[in-house]
Design a protein around this ligand. Structure first.
Ligand code: SF4
Ligand code: ZN
Length: 310
């Protein structure tokens, strides 16, 4: 590897898709620069926004918190970290410990909400009746997690929620929507699409950064790595899509970047088609497509099961 293309220092990483070789500092700076450019290109934050960073405690979200603090605190944006405790014994505790220590180190306010407090049951309790449900654990969990993030963002008085989805996540989601035949939902992926079903706007500042580079950043920035995985994680199709894209990228460096551009182009043509009419949920008042939101519907199913068990 030759010297850093930017400053001539000791090389650390070569971006195969661009041919650029970087030292550790220039690599970290490049991640911050890319994030700043993405935020500005898609108008993710304004100067008055109070930004809630959704911190699961995994390396991606901790890295996002670090990068956003470095970039936006000097611009006087207020930042707050929000975490969701799903209630998975042995898994979330470690992640939350990492989240707590980084927020303390950075001096960032940290709001934590739990499924148990919000919905009356932990994920462990809810998934006890797993075999009877037609949806995967992550799809089930995701419905409650989205609502929990909204609740945490409201408690934090945030005006925007930043999540750590990276380029790989973005392209995988695009391809999975195609494979599931969910063409009408493609428009929801548009970075400037405002989804009225979320009370607080969602943005993805890492959406133009490769997963591999976020991981490298995390390692170099001293972000702690989680040693335990969620026992319910079942990615099925997503992990096959991830493996396929990684093989394609190894054989054709830069192909993920091209796929991102193509996805954004296709998605932009579906924004209007994806706009949805919503009506307030008769139970909780949140937006819903048919008068009862998914959270209230699924919560009632869990409660019914828990009651019949006792
Ligand atoms: Fe929920 Fe799936 Fe994440 Fe586990 S891996 S916390 S089930 S979304
Ligand atoms: Zn509801």
């Amino acid at each position: 590897m030759s010297a850093c293309t930017r400053c001539g220092e000791k090389p650390f990483y070569t971006r195969r898709y661009s041919g650029e070789t970087l030292c550790i500092q220039c690599f970290k700076d490049s991640i911050s620069e890319k994030t700043r450019r993405t935020v500005s290109k898609y108008r993710m934050f304004g100067p008055r926004d109070r930004i809630a960073v959704a911190v699961s405690g995994g390396k991606d979200s901790l890295s996002l918190l670090k990068v956003l603090c470095e970039l936006y605190r000097p611009r006087r944006n207020e930042l707050v970290a929000i975490s969701v405790d799903e209630g998975v014994a042995g898994y979330r505790d470690e992640a939350l410990t990492h989240a707590r220590s980084l927020t303390e180190e950075l001096g960032v306010e940290h709001v934590i909400v739990s499924y148990k407090d919000l919905f009356g049951f932990s994920l462990d309790e809810a998934l006890d009746w797993k075999e009877e449900r037609p949806v995967s654990s992550c799809s089930f969990c995701g419905v409650f997690r989205r609502r929990a993030i909204d609740e945490a963002a409201a408690r934090a008085n945030a005006t925007v929620v930043a999540t750590a989805h990276n380029l790989d996540d973005y392209v995988q989601t695009f391809m999975m929507n195609l494979m599931h035949g969910d063409v009408a939902r493609l428009g929801w992926l548009d970075p400037e699409y405002v989804d009225d079903s979320f009370p607080v706007r969602r943005v993805k500042p890492f959406m133009e950064i490769y997963e591999e580079e976020v991981a490298l950043y995390a390692f170099q920035a001293g972000v702690p790595l989680q040693s335990v995985s969620c026992p319910y994680m079942h990615e099925g199709l997503r992990s096959e899509v991830r493996d396929y894209l990684n093989v394609m990228e190894a054989n054709h460096p830069g192909i993920k970047n091209v796929l991102l551009r193509s996805s954004l182009d296709v998605i932009s043509r579906f924004v209007r088609a994806s706009e949805k009419e919503s009506v307030p949920c008769r139970s909780c008042g949140n937006p819903s497509s048919n008068g009862l939101c998914n959270v209230c519907r699924m919560k009632a199913e869990v409660e019914e099961h828990i009651n019949t068990q006792s």
